[in-house]
Design a protein around this ligand. Structure first.
Ligand SMILES: [Zn+2]
Length: 114
Protein backbone atom coordinates (compact mmCIF):
# COMPACT_ATOMS: atom_id res chain seq x y z
CA UNK A 1 0.00 0.00 0.00
CA UNK A 2 1.47 3.31 -0.96
CA UNK A 3 0.45 6.87 -0.31
CA UNK A 4 -0.60 6.13 3.22
CA UNK A 5 2.52 7.03 5.11
CA UNK A 6 0.83 9.61 7.26
CA UNK A 7 -2.17 8.87 9.39
CA UNK A 8 -4.20 11.89 10.47
CA UNK A 9 -5.47 12.07 14.02
CA UNK A 10 -3.24 9.23 15.08
CA UNK A 11 -2.29 10.39 18.54
CA UNK A 12 -0.79 7.17 19.80
CA UNK A 13 1.41 6.42 16.83
CA UNK A 14 5.10 6.26 17.47
CA UNK A 15 7.28 8.88 15.84
CA UNK A 16 9.10 7.57 12.81
CA UNK A 17 12.83 7.87 12.36
CA UNK A 18 15.05 7.29 9.36
CA UNK A 19 17.79 4.68 9.58
CA UNK A 20 21.08 6.26 8.54
CA UNK A 21 22.15 2.94 7.03
CA UNK A 22 19.37 1.81 4.69
CA UNK A 23 17.48 5.14 4.72
CA UNK A 24 14.21 3.44 5.53
CA UNK A 25 11.88 4.82 8.13
CA UNK A 26 10.85 2.83 11.16
CA UNK A 27 9.27 3.44 14.57
CA UNK A 28 11.90 4.74 16.93
CA UNK A 29 11.45 1.74 19.21
CA UNK A 30 12.96 -0.62 16.64
CA UNK A 31 15.92 1.60 15.90
CA UNK A 32 18.87 2.32 18.11
CA UNK A 33 19.95 5.87 18.73
CA UNK A 34 23.48 7.10 18.30
CA UNK A 35 24.74 10.32 19.80
CA UNK A 36 27.93 12.28 19.84
CA UNK A 37 30.02 12.07 23.00
CA UNK A 38 32.82 14.53 22.45
CA UNK A 39 34.43 13.31 19.24
CA UNK A 40 33.07 9.80 19.53
CA UNK A 41 29.82 8.34 18.34
CA UNK A 42 28.26 6.13 21.00
CA UNK A 43 25.09 4.11 21.28
CA UNK A 44 22.43 5.85 23.32
CA UNK A 45 20.78 2.71 24.67
CA UNK A 46 18.00 4.50 26.47
CA UNK A 47 17.50 7.06 23.67
CA UNK A 48 17.26 9.77 26.28
CA UNK A 49 20.49 11.67 25.83
CA UNK A 50 20.13 15.29 24.83
CA UNK A 51 21.36 16.65 21.56
CA UNK A 52 21.35 15.49 18.01
CA UNK A 53 20.87 11.81 17.38
CA UNK A 54 21.28 9.43 14.49
CA UNK A 55 19.09 6.37 14.17
CA UNK A 56 20.07 2.95 12.95
CA UNK A 57 18.55 -0.50 12.67
CA UNK A 58 20.35 -2.87 15.07
CA UNK A 59 21.50 -4.76 12.03
CA UNK A 60 25.00 -5.47 10.76
CA UNK A 61 24.02 -4.56 7.22
CA UNK A 62 22.75 -1.13 8.20
CA UNK A 63 25.75 -0.56 10.43
CA UNK A 64 28.07 -1.42 7.58
CA UNK A 65 26.20 0.82 5.17
CA UNK A 66 26.32 3.70 7.61
CA UNK A 67 30.04 3.24 8.11
CA UNK A 68 30.74 3.22 4.40
CA UNK A 69 28.66 6.29 3.73
CA UNK A 70 30.04 8.05 6.79
CA UNK A 71 26.42 8.60 7.60
CA UNK A 72 26.99 9.05 11.32
CA UNK A 73 29.18 12.08 10.82
CA UNK A 74 26.70 13.58 8.44
CA UNK A 75 23.66 12.91 10.60
CA UNK A 76 25.40 14.22 13.70
CA UNK A 77 26.94 17.19 11.93
CA UNK A 78 30.39 16.01 12.89
CA UNK A 79 32.21 14.60 9.86
CA UNK A 80 35.34 13.76 11.85
CA UNK A 81 33.57 11.79 14.55
CA UNK A 82 35.12 8.53 15.70
CA UNK A 83 32.64 5.74 15.02
CA UNK A 84 34.84 2.87 16.16
CA UNK A 85 32.88 2.53 19.40
CA UNK A 86 29.60 1.92 17.62
CA UNK A 87 28.51 -1.68 17.96
CA UNK A 88 25.42 -3.79 17.83
CA UNK A 89 23.70 -4.94 21.01
CA UNK A 90 24.08 -8.63 21.74
CA UNK A 91 27.16 -9.07 19.57
CA UNK A 92 29.70 -8.54 22.31
CA UNK A 93 30.94 -12.12 22.51
CA UNK A 94 30.59 -13.84 19.15
CA UNK A 95 33.35 -16.37 19.89
CA UNK A 96 31.56 -17.99 22.84
CA UNK A 97 29.23 -20.08 20.70
CA UNK A 98 32.04 -21.29 18.52
CA UNK A 99 34.00 -22.38 21.58
CA UNK A 100 31.08 -24.37 22.97
CA UNK A 101 30.44 -26.06 19.65
CA UNK A 102 34.09 -26.98 19.42
CA UNK A 103 34.05 -28.50 22.89
CA UNK A 104 30.97 -30.58 22.10
CA UNK A 105 32.31 -31.78 18.80
CA UNK A 106 35.54 -32.78 20.40
CA UNK A 107 33.81 -34.94 22.97
CA UNK A 108 36.71 -36.50 24.83
CA UNK A 109 39.59 -34.13 25.32
CA UNK A 110 41.53 -36.78 27.24
CA UNK A 111 41.08 -39.57 24.74
CA UNK A 112 44.27 -41.24 23.57
CA UNK A 113 44.69 -40.41 19.91
CA UNK A 114 48.11 -41.92 19.32
ZN1 LIG B 1 18.43 0.27 8.32
Amino acid sequence: MSGNSRTPAGGSLEPMRTCVGCKETAPRSVLMRLVLDGDRVIVDETATKPGRGAWLHPDATCLDLAHRRRAFGRALRSPGADTSAVGLPGSSAPSTDRQQVGMKAHGHPMSPSR
